[in-house]
Design a protein around this ligand. Structure first.
Ligand code: PXG
Length: 287
């Protein structure tokens, strides 16, 4: 079945959804994106995703040529037109076509693209048992070079780390920041449980502040779990009781091994299972 893709102001068949080879999104990775997810026809935390998209665009001086309301409706329409009440949505805003040369002033017409698709998930048996991860040698971008808080079309930093993970037989990889502290995974945030505390790296560790991360922190607080942001090293992960990752596609996924070391008992822990269940209820149970 051919998909329908929203391009700028309307839905068009997939084959007609094209951008120019002169688009600076392609030529330079100049643009921003969001990955959202719908459950039973409702987009989870749409307003937060739109906030983050507009913040990313603002940080690169890119003016999104549609309003938040129009984009919100385009997302709903694209999901509905493709018959995907439970689907994944990729919103992309490119700088637009221009002449060769980096200068964004030499472009016109940013392109707004909304794609709805089925979710690409980690293999179910790995999610059930818990993931094995390795630490990538590729560090997360230095925040002074390219802030990880911008969800830009330039994901090569993460892709380099993802390749390292894949080459080690893992579906994700842990990334450290330029100080050697734990940052995040290539498309997921990281949490550990130590004693009675739930810990996750702060934004200044050089991470994307995940929307799933925020939801899980709220759920932890509501469940009476002491949750805080903390600078973490690999040592803290190796010696943690539990570890899990969060992301729009992943939701909450246990991690049971890092760099060949079992985390805790080497099986998904009770706090992880509790929060995964609470997240599941939040997104699917109308909670
Ligand atoms: N860190 C990074 C670097 C990410 O790209 C997250 C953390 C988790 O954030 P959210 O807001 O999703 O909880 C991300 C999210 C994709 C895709 O298609 C990527 C993400 C999310 C959904 C889909 O590659 N990245």
């Amino acid at each position: 079945m051919s998909r329908l893709v929203f391009m700028n102001d309307r839905l068009v068949p997939e084959a007609e959804a094209r951008v120019s080879v002169f688009d600076h999104g392609l030529l330079y990775g100049d643009g921003v994106f969001e990955g959202l997810r719908a459950y039973s026809g409702r987009v989870f935390r749409l307003a937060e995703h739109l906030d983050r998209l507009w913040a990313s665009a603002r940080a690169i001086c890119l003016e999104i040529p549609v309003s938040r309301d129009v984009l919100g409706r385009a997302i709903d329409e694209t999901l509905a037109a493709n018959g995907l009440p439970d689907g994944y949505v990729r919103v992309v805003v490119t700088r637009g076509a221009g002449s060769l040369g980096l200068d964004p002033a030499r472009t016109s017409a940013p392109q707004v693209i909304v794609i709805a698709d089925r979710l690409a998930l980690y293999p179910a048996e790995q999610v059930e048992r818990g993931l094995r991860l390795v630490t990538a040698a590729t560090q997360r971008s230095h925040p002074a070079a390219l802030s990880p808080r911008i969800k830009s079309l330039n994901y090569l930093n993460n892709i380099m780390a993802k390749l390292e993970g894949k080459q080690a037989g893992c579906v994700e990889a842990l990334m450290l920041n330029h100080k050697g502290e734990v940052a995040e995974c290539t498309a997921d945030n990281v949490f550990v449980v130590r004693g009675s505390r739930l810990l996750t790296p702060p934004p200044d560790a050089g991470i994307l502040e995940g929307i799933t991360r925020g939801a899980v922190m709220e759920l932890a607080v509501a469940a009476g779990i002491d949750c805080r942001e903390a600078t973490l090293t690999r040592h803290d992960l190796y010696t943690a009781d539990e570890m899990f990752i969060t992301g729009t596609a992943a939701e909450v996924v246990p991690v049971v091994e890092l760099d060949g070391r079992a985390i805790g008992d080497g099986v998904p822990g009770p706090v992880t299972r509790r929060l995964a269940a609470a997240f599941h209820r939040l997104v699917r149970g109308g909670g």
